[in-house]
Design a binder for this molecule. Structure first.
Ligand code: COA
Length: 370
C-alpha cells in the first residue's frame, strides 16, 4: 500500500503499540506503573537507583555482590567522566542543551565501549549536570567520590557538601521513580535512533533533545514558577483561572496515558513528607502545592468534564527537588540523569528486535504539476 493511501493515525500516536518491552508498563486507567516487575512504590522503597539500573540492564534484580559491583563501576564511571568533561559544552546557558552537547561530544568514547556504554553515559550525565550547575552559579565543579551511591554523589557534586541521610533517601527515591515509563516521547526517540543501527550515544543524544521539551521533561521548573507566582493557597483559584482564560496549560497537570493521578506523584509526595520529618522546613511549600493541585484539578474537571486531568510526576518533582536544594535550572537535567538509564536499556532491547522503525505519512500537499 502506498504511503499516501492510509488514513492518518491520531496525531499523537495515542494507543498505538510500537514495541514489546520488558522494561515497564503504564496502566493509565488504574494508575499502576510497573518497572521490571516491581510496582513503582516498591521500586522506590526497596530497590533504589543502582538496583533499578541493574534490573533494567540485566533483566533481574542484582544480588548484593552484583549491586556492589554496579555501584563501584558507576563510581568509576563518574571519576572517568569528570576527567573527560568537555568544558566548552558546559558553558551553554541551558542545562539540557549542555547535556546534549556533552553526550554528543562523547569524550569517553562510550559509543565504542560495548556493555560499558550505559554505565559511562549515566555516570557522565550525573557528573556533567552537577558541573554545569556549579559553573552556572560561578562555582568550581566538585570532583565525584566513587565510594558514594550515585544519588548521594550527585547531590554532593551539586552542593559541595555531604547531604543528610534524609536527602540521600529523597534523591534516591526520585531517581528510582522516574527511571522508566513505557513508550514516552524520549524513549521512543531513543528506540527510533537505535532501530536504524546507530550507536548508543546518538540514541541518547536524540532522547535528550526530546526530553528537553516543556510537554515532556521541561515542566517541573515552570511548576515551581507557578507556585512562586501563586504565593499562598488562597491565591490559587484566581491565578489558575487567569492562566486557563489566557489559553495556557497548567504545568504538572494532565497526562497522555493516565486518567487518574500519576502514581509517581504519590511516591514523590511521600519522599517530601519524609524530608519534612527531619526539619519541617518544607511544610509550607507542600501545603501550597497540595492546595494548588486540588484547585487545578477542580478547574480542569469543570473545563474538560470528559477528560480527567490530574497531577503528573512533574508536579511533585518540582517540590521534592527544590526541597533537596537542587536549583530549578537543573530540574530537567536531574530527570535526565535517571531516565538515561532507561533509554540505554531500551536501546539494547530495540537492537535485539533488529528492525527499522519507519512509519508512514499521508500526503496532503498539492497534486503534481502536469
Ligand atoms: N492545562 C490545561 N489544559 C490542559 C492541560 C493542562 N495541563 N492538559 C491538557 N489540557 C487540555 C488541552 O488543552 C485539551 O483541550 P482542548 O480539547 O480544549 O483542546 C484537552 O485538555 C486534552 O488535552 P490533550 O492535548 O489531548 O492532551 P495530551 O494527551 O496531548 O497532553 C500533556 C498531555 C502532558 C502534554 C498535557 O496534559 C500537558 O501539556 N500538560 C502540561 C505539561 C506537563 O505537565 N508535562 C509533563 C508531562 S509528564
Amino acid at each position: 500500500m502506498g504511503e499516501q493511501r492510509g488514513s492518518a493515525a491520531a496525531s499523537g500516536l495515542e494507543g498505538i503499540v510500537v514495541a514489546d518491552t520488558r522494561m515497564s508498563s503504564v496502566d493509565g486507567g488504574r494508575g499502576v506503573l510497573i518497572v521490571g516487575g516491581f510496582e513503582v512504590e516498591a521500586l522506590a522503597e526497596r530497590v533504589g537507583f543502582e538496583g533499578a539500573c541493574g534490573l533494567l540492564w540485566g533483566g533481574e534484580l542484582p544480588d548484593a555482590i552484583e549491586l556492589g559491583g554496579l555501584r563501584r563501576r558507576l563510581g568509576e564511571a563518574r571519576v572517568e567522566a569528570f576527567e573527560a568533561l568537555p568544558m566548552e559544552a558546559l558553558g551553554l546557558p541551558d542545562a539540557m542543551a549542555a547535556l546534549r552537547a556533552v553526550i554528543g561530544r562523547d569524550s569517553m568514547g562510550a559509543a565504542e565501549r560495548g556493555d560499558e556504554g550505559a554505565i559511562l553515559i549515566v555516570g557522565m550525565i550525573g557528573v556533567a549536570a552537577a558541573a554545569w550547575s556549579r559553573l552556572s552559579r560561578g562555582l568550581r565543579p566538585v570532583a565525584p567520590d566513587p565510594e558514594r551511591g550515585h544519588g548521594e554523589d550527585f547531590l554532593r557534586m551539586i552542593q559541595g557538601e555531604r547531604p543528610s541521610a534524609a536527602s540521600v533517601r529523597g534523591i534516591d527515591a526520585y531517581l528510582t521513580t522516574v527511571i522508566d515509563h513505557g513508550m514516552n516521547a524520549s524513549t521512543f526517540t531513543a528506540r527510533v535512533v537505535a532501530s536504524t543501527g546507530s550507536d548508543l550515544v546518538s540514541a541518547v543524544t536524540a532522547a535528550i533533545g526530546a526530553l528537553k521539551g516543556p510537554l515532556h521533561g521541561g515542566a517541573p521548573g515552570p511548576v515551581l514558577d507557578m507556585l512562586d507566582a501563586i504565593g499562598a493557597p488562597e491565591g490559587a483559584g484566581a491565578w489558575l483561572e487567569g492562566e486557563l482564560a489566557a489559553g495556557r496549560r497548567i504545568m504538572g497537570m494532565g497526562h497522555r496515558v493516565y486518567r487518574v493521578r500519576d502514581p509517581r506523584a504519590a511516591v514523590l509526595e511521600r519522599a517530601i513528607g519524609r524530608l519534612e520529618g527531619e526539619s519541617g522546613r518544607h511544610q509550607g511549600r507542600l501545603a501550597l502545592a497540595r492546595a494548588v493541585e486540588a484547585e487545578a484539578e477542580r478547574l480542569l474537571a469543570a473545563r474538560h468534564p470528559g477528560r480527567p486531568l490530574r497531577a503528573n510526576v512533574e508536579f511533585y518533582t518540582a517540590v521534592l527537588l527544590e526541597a533537596l536544594g537542587i536549583p530549578r535550572a537543573l530540574f530537567s537535567a536531574t530527570f535526565c540523569a535517571s531516565r538515561a538509564a532507561g533509554w540505554c536499556a531500551h536501546v539494547e532491547e530495540q537492537r535485539a528486535v533488529g528492525r527499522l522503525i519507519r512509519p508512514s505519512s499521508r500526503y496532503v500537499g498539492p497534486a503534481p504539476v502536469a
